[in-house]
Design a protein around this ligand. Structure first.
Ligand code: ACO
Length: 323
């Protein structure tokens, strides 16, 4: 049995925050952000909403795109590092919003979350446990950002993307490669609010409830591991970078994407880029890009894509899929 993508969907909040808007709240400017990252603007979630609201809207679109009855969904996996609550899972909230009977759980692998969740969803279908799995990557990063830290607040945005996985006649999953290196946990984390460092006034005053990132280390890490994971999935499928129709990299920084294109001797236009519009939406980044690539006609039936994520954990990985 071949397992592949039956439909895709994505949703970003309407509110836009430009680099000039950011320059009004931290010591930065449009030129610095554009040159160092490629980001021009990002979307910010409505005051009264949470990650589950973004995930729900992306899910509705993916179900519609798949042309299935929502009740056919057996399992919902939400990749996120910005769950609505500590518990319950965001996936359970999405299940309720959709009004369907389905198993539901969250998956935590930061910016690599969607690649992990896709691989998990694929495995459930391939093993014959479930027929149709809704895989969502969704984040409200603006809620865990320290808006006084110019090293991080310029990078992130909010949004969600979703795919419905099920049996397909042709193409589908070709390979996946997932890695975690917890020794690098300190390079990107939200220190307080979990069981290790429960919330206290001191933690709040110290801004430990917000994301802390060693930008330079993450940059070096990304440039180092990206080629390794792409080469792994290409080798599994016995193909080369030339055989890939589109690369869908995690949308973190245009300089990382440029260096990977150069490393694989591929034209930059074989790498899908929308970080200029949305910034880094963590687990939302790859499924939003995938949905836009298909809707813009950059990925057609029979095309192969490699999607690669990297980030907190540290984690990284790729999936190779034929549309
Ligand atoms: N505006 C203006 N100046 C700034 C800003 C800013 N927003 N941020 C930093 N600077 C300054 C620094 O203070 C520094 O000044 P100094 O030289 O006087 O000390 C100078 O600019 C250079 O700073 P660097 O940190 O060396 O800048 P760099 O070129 O490394 O860019 C960046 C920083 C954009 C964060 C980059 O390191 C990066 O993109 N890292 C990767 C982050 C990433 O991809 N994360 C993905 C994973 S996220 C996840 O999993 C949730």
């Amino acid at each position: 049995m071949k397992v592949g993508i039956l439909g895709t969907g994505s949703y970003v909040p309407e509110k836009i925050m430009t680099n000039d808007d950011l320059a009004k709240i931290v010591d930065t400017n449009d030129e610095w952000i554009t040159v160092r990252t490629g980001i021009k603007e990002r979307r910010i979630i409505d005051e009264n909403e949470g990650t589950s609201d973004l995930a729900f809207r992306a899910a509705q679109k993916a179900i519609e795109d798949a042309g299935i009855d929502k009740n056919e969904i057996d399992l919902i996996i939400v990749a996120t590092m910005t769950s609505d609550y500590g518990t319950p899972s965001t996936a359970a909230l999405v299940q309720d919003k959709l009004g369907i009977n389905a198993a539901a759980f969250d998956l935590s692998a930061a910016c690599t979350g969607f690649v992990y969740a896709y691989s998990a969803g694929h495995s459930f279908v391939k093993a014959g446990i479930y027929k149709k799995v809704l895989v969502i990557g969704a984040e409200a990063m603006s809620r865990v950002i320290d808006w006084t830290d110019r090293g991080t607040c310029i990078l992130f945005g909010d949004g969600a993307g979703a795919v419905v996985l099920g049996e397909v006649e042709n193409g589908g999953y070709l390979a996946s490669h997932l890695v975690a290196d917890g020794s690098g946990a300190c390079e990107l984390l939200v220190p307080a609010g979990g069981t290790k460092e429960p919330i206290s006034k001191e933690k709040i005053d110290n801004k430990d409830i917000y994301l802390k990132m060693n930008g330079r280390e993450i940059f070096k890490f990304a440039v180092r591991v990206f080629p390794e994971t792409v080469e792994d999935v290409l080798a599994q499928a016995g193909i080369t970078a030339d055989d890939v129709d589109l690369f869908i990299p995690h949308q973190a920084n245009i300089r990382i994407i440029e260096s990977i294109a150069k490393r694989f001797k591929q034209p930059l236009d074989k790498f899908f880029v929308n970080l200029d519009k949305y910034g880094n939406t963590s687990a939302g980044s790859i499924p939003i890009a995938l949905d836009e690539a298909i809707k813009e006609g950059k990925l057609k039936k029979g095309d192969k894509f490699v999607a690669t994520g990297f980030g907190g954990g540290l984690t990284y990985g790729s999936i190779l899929v034929e549309i």
